[in-house]
Design a protein around this ligand. Structure first.
Ligand code: URP
Ligand code: ZN
Length: 445
C-alpha cells in the first residue's frame, strides 16, 4: 500500500525542511509540498509537529549470541521488535565462526539464524584465527557484500587475535577493499589482572572494572591504529569508552588516517558508581569495556559533538539476572553485555539534542547516516531522499517515557537504564514501505 506522510519536518544529516513524502512500492517516490494520495487506499500519516527521520541503523548488536550462560536473551525476533519500537530499522550483527570454520560457511549459517528478524540486517564477520586461506576467505565475504571484519584484541582464550595475526588480517582486509572493526582491549593485561583479583579472593562485580582500567583500552586503541596505518586499512573502533582513547583517535584522524569511532549510550550516560552494591544491582552492568568515570562520559560527549565519534551503537547483548548469576561467586564468569537496542535513539535525543550537546541533524548523522555510509548501506538507507528505501521514522518529540524492564520490549528482566526519563518516541516506523509501528504500537498488536 502507498503511504503519504504529510506536514512533518524532514530531518536529514545535512538539513531540515518541511515537506510531504510519498512512498510507493517500498521506496521514497516523491518529496514535496502539498503532495496528494495516489488512490483512496493510500495510508495518510499526519506528521504535523513531528520530525521525519531516516530509520535508525544500529551498527553493533549481538542477538542470539551463544556463550557459557546460554544465548543472549534477545533472539532475532524479540531484538528486532524492540529495535522497531525504538525507531531502528536496520542493524549489523556478528558472524563468529567456530575454530577452523570457513568464514563464508559461518556467514551462511548465521544468515539462516536471522530468518525471524523483522528488520534488514547485515553482518561484521570475525576472523578469529589466522590460516593461509584467510585472504581468499575474506575476499569471498567481500564478494557477498560483507565489507566489515571484526577482530577482538581481548578474549584471547576464545576469539581474540594475537598482534602478529591482527597485522596479517588487517593486510588481507586492506587488499580485499574491506574495513577492520575492532574491539580494543589489551587481552594479556586483562587476563593477568583477572587472575590476580580472583587469586586474591576478590570475586564480586566491583572488581570487574579494575581488571580493565582505561589504559587497557587506550593502549589497545593506539596499537590498533598503528597496525591499521601500517597495513593501510580503514579501521572502525567499536564501543570507545575512555577519554585517553579519544586522544589517539583524534590524532590519527587529524593526520588523515581513515579511523572511525563508535560509542554507546551507556558510556555516555552511566558511570562506574554502578559497580557499588549487591550482586543483583551491580551484575547487570558487567560489560566490556566497563563503565568509566564521569570525566570519560564528558569527554565522549565532547567527541560526539565535535565529530571525533561518528556513530552510536548499542552493543546490544542482554542477559537475564539468572544468566548473570553464573558468576555469582566469580565475576569473570558473569556473561558480559547489556541491552539497549530499543533506547538508543530516545536516549541520544533526550540527553544529546535536548541538552544542546548536538543538533537534530547531527543526531540523525550519528544514529543513521554515518552507520549507513561507513558500512556501505548509503544512500539506500540513512537518508530521506527520492529512490531510497522507505525506512522512515515519524518522531514525536513531545512524548515522555520512563525506561523500565516492566514495560520495555527487549526480552530481559533487567534494564541498565531503569528509571531513566526520555523525551521523544518513534510514533510511526515505516520499514521498506510497511507501517510496522503505528501510534507507538506494533502494527497488528
Ligand atoms: O560486554 C560486551 N560488550 N558484550 C558483548 C560482546 C562484546 O564484547 O562486544
Ligand atoms: Zn559487541
Amino acid at each position: 500500500m502507498d503511504i503519504l506522510i504529510k506536514n512533518g519536518t524532514i530531518v536529514n544529516a545535512d538539513k531540515s525542511f518541511g515537506a510531504d513524502i510519498l512512498i510507493i512500492n517500498g521506496k521514497i517516490a516523491e518529496i514535496g509540498t502539498s503532495l496528494s494520495a495516489t488512490s483512496t487506499k493510500t495510508e495518510i500519516i499526519d506528521a504535523n509537529g513531528k520530525y521525519i527521520i531516516p530509520g535508525g541503523i544500529d551498527p553493533h548488536v549481538h542477538l542470539h549470541l551463544p556463550g557459557p550462560a546460554g544465548f543472549s536473551s534477545d533472539d532475532f525476533y524479540t531484538g528486532s521488535r524492540a529495535a522497531l519500537y525504538g525507531g531502528t530499522t536496520s542493524f549489523i550483527d556478528f558472524v563468529t565462526p567456530r575454530k577452523g570454520q570457513n568464514l563464508t560457511e559461518a556467514l551462511h549459517e548465521r544468515k539462516k539464524e536471522t530468518s525471524s528478524s523483522l528488520l534488514d540486517n547485515t553482518f561484521h564477520v570475525s576472523p578469529i584465527e589466522w590460516r593461509d586461506s584467510m585472504p581468499e576467505e575474506i575476499k569471498a565475504c567481500v564478494a557477498e557484500r560483507i565489507s566489515s571484519f571484526k577482530i577482538y584484541m581481548a578474549y584471547l582464550d576464545t576469539i581474540g587475535l594475537k598482534d602478529k595475526d591482527i597485522q596479517k588480517v588487517m593486510k588481507a582486509v586492506a587488499e580485499a577493499g574491506g574495513m577492520i572493526t575492532v574491539h580494543c582491549e589489551l587481552g594479556e593485561d586483562v587476563d593477568r589482572l583477572r587472575k590476580e583479583f580472583i587469586d586474591n579472593g576478590q570475586t564480586i562485580p566491583k572488581y570487574h572494572p579494575l581488571t580493565r582500567p582505561n589504559y587497557v583500552e587506550s593502549e589497545a586503541v593506539k596499537k590498533a591504529i598503528d597496525f591499521a596505518d601500517e597495513a593501510d586499512c580503514p579501521i572502525y573502533i567499536v564501543h570507545v569508552s575512555t577519554k585517553e582513547s579519544l586522544a589517539h583517535i583524534k590524532k590519527a584522524q587529524q593526520k588523515g588516517q581513515r579511523v572511525f569511532a563508535e560509542t554507546c549510550p551507556h558510556y555516555l550516560l552511566l558511570d562506574d558508581s554502578k559497580y557499588i552494591g549487591e550482586f543483583e544491582q551491580t551484575a547487570p552492568f558487567i560489560m566490556s569495556p566497563p563503565l568509566r568515570e564521569k570525566k570519560d562520559n564528558e569527554a565522549l560527549w565532547q567527541a560526539v559533538a565535535d565529530g571525533t565519534i561518528q556513530t552510536i551503537g548499542t552493543d546490544h547483548c542482554p542477559f537475564t539476572l539468572d544468566q548473570k548469576k553464573l558468576g555469582i561467586h566469580d565475576f569473570t564468569k558473569i556473561p558480559n553485555g547489556a541491552g539497549g537496542i530499543e533506547h538508543r535513539m530516545a536516549l541520544l535525543y533526550t540527553y544529546g539534542v535536548l541538552t544542546n550537546r548536538i543538533n537534530l541533524n547531527r543526531f540523525v548523522n550519528l544514529v543513521s547516516t554515518q552507520p549507513a555510509k561507513i558500512f556501505g548501506l548509503y544512500p539506500k538507507k540513512g537518508v530521506i531522499r527520492i529512490g531510497s528505501d522507505a525506512d522512515i521514522v515519524v518522531w514525536d518529540p513531545e512524548k515522555e517515557s520512563i525506561i523500565s524492564a516492566q514495560t520495555h520490549h527487549q526480552n530481559c528482566d533487567i534494564n541498565i537504564y531503569e528509571g531513566i526519563k526520555t523525551m521523544g518516541e518513534a510514533e510511526y516506523v515505516v520499514l521498506g514501505g510497511n507501517v510496522t509501528i503505528r501510534k507507538g504500537q506494533q502494527s497488528g498488536d
